[in-house]
Design a protein around this ligand. Structure first.
Ligand code: ATP
Length: 408
């Protein structure tokens, strides 16, 4: 694995390129070869993509954080910097260490190694072990964890130093307005819908004005349609308060839609961090590419000006940041369904055949098995119906630069 991926946040101060993008090219130190048997190091480009991220001061910093449970390592050297006012989402498969990381930030778990700093103060590691209640960190739990015997207003006031004061009343009233529950202060929380309970939980965590707000799978207890509405609403509330927040999810759509930056976690470490578009379109590893959306890898040989693939030749400018040093090399190009189209053709002209069709309502995704065994997915309007078994030609229609990886 390319080391820089783990250093992503430490490099957040790197200068941006003049075009505002992230420098992408061959992995540092990975000499291109023309033999076609390049290292299987799956990283292309630069793992840092803070170009579009906030430039505020760091509020939360995790440095080389490790958490071991006996022989099990849940978090294995995780680095992350979250800047003032941004929402960073930890996204990754089940068991990759997201919740453990959140619990260490909150002070509910102690790191085995590394340091955690909040607002410039080390709260864990380096001899520090600040208890949860002394960290300015709020936590919104998956199940909201409201007190059923208290009213909405009393729940919100709970975390305030002097909940019975006039100042507290004013603060609660402001928060009720902020979360759209201005008229609900005297209600019992047991009478509320799931979405309303979540608003109360959020208001309660925001009440003491934490330096950092942590959200643990905040939408997982809501039904699908409410989830989409609530994530927009929560994002609005976070933006309005300007709070710095870290959220955890394994829902890629949620992460991509509400986050300022997404940190993709794999096996207890951050594999890539960047703004949602950068991470989705230019994943620096095959893992990130495959975890975010449907990914296929199209083998290609790099020529002087063109790349040769089994579905035709294309301008080599199509590959993001491909340097001259790669001429003669074999690479795998990341292609997503919207980058490809299939056209029914006579058997002799076909690149492969449709082996599966996925109907999604507005569109079909056709899985095409090429003659060399590679399977590509092609996105089509729902009116373009092909049968499984149909011979097709495949065309690369992407109008944006594509990520690529040295061939395995
Ligand atoms: P999910 O999305 O399923 O919640 P996650 O990414 O949040 O997963 P964690 O809950 O952080 O993953 O767990 C990471 C690893 O650490 C898992 O293998 C888990 O079994 C292990 N683990 C977590 N807590 C403990 C514990 N208290 N004791 C032992 N092992 C633990």
């Amino acid at each position: 694995m390319h080391d820089d991926t783990h250093d992503a946040d430490r490099d957040a101060s790197r200068p941006e390129r003049a075009d505002g993008g992230t420098a992408v090219g061959a992995p540092d130190g990975a000499a291109p070869s023309s033999s076609g048997d390049e290292s299987s190091d799956p990283v292309v480009g630069d793992a840092v993509s803070d170009a579009a991220g906030p430039t505020g001061k760091p509020v939360l910093e995790l440095e080389n954080v490790v958490k071991r449970y006996g022989s099990e390592t849940a978090v294995s050297g995780l680095d992350l910097t979250v800047r003032e006012g941004e929402l960073v989402t930890l996204l990754g498969p089940s068991g990759c260490g997201k919740t453990t990381t959140l619990r260490m930030i909150a002070g509910l778990e102690t790191p085995s190694d590394g340091t955690i700093s909040v607002a410039g103060d080390v709260v864990a590691g380096d001899g520090a072990a600040t208890p949860p209640e002394e960290r300015d960190v709020g936590l919104v739990f998956q199940e909201f964890a409201l007190f059923p015997h208290l009213t909405v207003a009393e729940n919100i006031a709970f975390g305030l130093d002097d909940p019975d004061s006039e100042t507290a009343d004013d603060r609660v009233a402001d928060l009720l307005d902020l979360v759209g529950l201005g008229d609900y202060g005297d209600r019992s929380v047991t009478d509320l819908s799931g979405g309303q309970r979540q608003r109360v939980a959020l208001a309660r965590s925001l009440a003491p004005e934490p330096d950092v707000l942590l959200l643990d799978e905040p939408f997982s207890n809501l039904d699908v349609s409410l989830r989409v509405r609530m994530r927009e609403e929560v994002k609005r509330i976070l933006d309005e308060t300007g709070v710095t927040a870290v959220s955890v999810t394994h829902d890629q759509e949620e992460a991509l839609s509400i986050s300022d930056r997404v940190a993709v976690v794999n096996d207890g470490t951050v594999e890539q961090v960047g703004d949602p578009g950068e991470v989705f379109e230019h994943p620096t590893s095959r893992f990130v590419a495959s975890f975010l959306g449907q990914a296929s890898f199209l083998p290609a040989r790099v020529g002087e000006r063109q790349i040769e693939t089994t579905v035709g030749s294309y301008d080599s400018d199509l590959l993001k940041g491909l340097g001259d040093g790669y001429v003669g090399s074999h690479v795998d190009v990341l292609v997503r369904p919207d980058d490809l189209r299939a056209t029914p053709v006579a058997d002799g002209d076909a690149d492969g055949e449709v082996v599966r069709r996925q109907y999604t309502g507005p569109s079909f995704v056709y899985h095409v098995k090429l003659n060399d065994g590679t399977v590509l997915r092609c996105l089509h309007n729902h009116t373009e119906e092909f049968d499984v078994g149909e011979p097709v030609a495949v065309t690369l229609v992407a109008d944006h630069a594509l990520a690529w990886y040295p061939a395995e």
